[in-house]
Ligand binder design. Structure first.
Ligand SMILES: *Cc1c(COP(=O)(O)O)cnc(C)c1O
Length: 453
């Protein structure tokens, strides 16, 4: 009955998912609603659509509709770079000498180099359909800004990106890719916004943070006619668009009768992991199947493993709605030696609830271990992984090695979210032996927690 499993499992165009899956429809304890930061009442559509595109605001608030049709324009764009391959890591298995069967879903096969394009194209589409002139956003490591620039140029929309200053300086090539696609890129904090000026006066010389860049982008969107703000992670709408990853994975696995025991993904704001696991989590919640699901985060920004489950601001400037999530506090600024993305202080409210309900586990890993795993993977599987993705590789390898000890033939699926070509400074410091590990003490985490509302 078992067919020979190819190295890469592709789908035909006709097999590709035509709807996104909203796992909130199946979750028993619904994730807590976004709150208006001033009134502390649940955000209404009329309030949200001041900041977000109307259709996206509706998706954000909808926790009952299980499936959303993917508009044809987006399906057509997806066809240019999807389905993404689901790869059987035969070479890694051999190298590890493990009886485990390892699969990874590779999202780095597009110019932006990550899964972010899946949501960028959807958000740009809804902005265009609403007749907007453009969108603003923040970017940290640069993948989201790149993806959004590509999506905006496709739909002929203006795109203003606020890029965390240290990344702006460390990753000039990311910046140039964005400009190639027509986006304007401003280092954050900047003097262009009120909140940027305020942050600069309070913290002169700061190299910025995601929370701060978000505040700037939101301010510009709300003050400029015909503009809205878009975000590349954390929000439930983003997780919804990213379910294309999990749906494709499930269709591909089902084709060969493969049932995973374990699904692993890296978690920054939670969008790729949420997207990958959603269809499987749906089955788990409905009691149809059981899977072990593991979120992997950096030990230097441990929102799930050491954060608090509380309402918090999504941004440093406290202009965005409050979200209930596992968080280190919006005042948390990750250590400067932290190289590999995943540095947001909070976590998707959907994943936070699933984690709180015990439906998902979380692990934190230190960055030198992450790069060691990245290199091991690159040398046998050929792909040079993004540091973010390598968090998932690290835990997948750990689990495969456990199988070697116990002799269990577990099937492991992990999300390989992107490529690391723009992260070579980080790889360089790893190779030179200058990369260090930083694990915040409880004392270090205190100021962040004190910033909780
Ligand atoms: C942005 C990014 C992540 C983390 O974001 P999530 O919203 O947690 O998915 C992970 N990997 C890559 C390559 C990224 O660009």
């Amino acid at each position: 009955m078992s067919k020979e499993i190819p190295y890469k499992i592709y789908l035909e165009e006709s097999e590709m998912p035509k709807q996104w899956y909203n796992v909130r429809a199946d979750i028993k304890t619904k994730p807590a609603p976004l709150l208006n930061p001033a009134t502390r009442e649940p955000m209404k559509l009329e309030e949200l659509e001041q900041v977000f595109c109307t259709e996206l605001a509706k998706q954000e608030l909808d926790d009952v509709t299980p499936y959303f049709d993917i508009p044809e324009e987006i399906l057509n764009f997806y066809k240019m770079y999807r389905p993404s391959p689901l790869v059987r890591a035969y070479c890694l298995e051999k190298k590890l000498d493990t009886p485990a069967k390892i699969y990874y879903k590779f999202e780095g096969n597009n110019t932006s180099g990550s899964h972010k394009l899946n949501s960028a194209i959807a958000q740009a589409y809804y902005a265009k359909k609403q007749g907007l002139k453009g969108v603003t956003t923040e970017t940290g490591a640069g993948q989201w800004g790149t993806a959004l620039s590509m999506a905006c140029s496709y739909f002929d929309l203006d795109c203003k990106v606020y890029m965390v200053k240290c990344s702006y300086e460390q990753k000039p090539f990311r910046r140039e890719v964005m400009r190639t696609y027509g986006a304007s890129v401003t280092p954050s904090p900047s003097e262009e916004t009120e909140v940027g000026k305020k942050i600069l006066s309070e913290h002169p010389g700061t190299t910025g943070s995601l929370g701060c860049a978000i505040s700037e982008a939101v301010e510009v969107a709300t003050k400029t006619e015909g503009y809205r703000y878009v975000l590349g992670s954390v929000l439930s709408q983003v997780l919804l668009h990213q379910t294309v990853i999990g749906l494709e994975t499930k269709i591909a696995l089902d084709k060969y009768g493969i049932v995973p025991d374990m699904i692993i993904g890296c978690a920054g704001g939670g969008s790729n992991l949420g997207g990958l696991i959603s269809p499987f989590m749906g089955e788990k919640i409905r009691g149809e199947k059981d899977y072990q699901i593991i979120a992997v985060e950096p030990a230097s920004c441990p929102s799930l493993t050491r954060g608090k489950y509380a309402y918090d601001f999504c941004d440093t400037g406290k202009v965005c709605p409050l979200a209930k999530m596992y968080t280190l506090g919006s005042g948390f600024i990750p250590s400067a030696n932290h190289a590999g993305g995943l540095r947001y202080h909070g976590m998707s409210s959907i994943l936070s609830q699933l984690y709180d309900d015990g439906l998902m586990e979380a692990r934190s890993v230190i960055q030198t271990d992450v790069f060691e795993a990245a290199e091991k993977f690159a040398r046998v599987e050929g792909i040079l992984p993004a540091p973010e993705s390598s968090h998932a590789i690290k835990v997948a390898i750990d689990e495969a090695l456990k199988c070697k000890e116990t002799g269990e033939e577990k099937t492991i699926v992990f999300g390989l979210t992107g490529t690391g070509y723009f992260d070579m400074y980080a790889y360089e410091s790893f190779h030179d032996g200058t990369m260090t590990d930083y694990v915040p003490t409880d004392e270090d985490l205190k100021p962040g927690f004190e910033s909780l509302p």
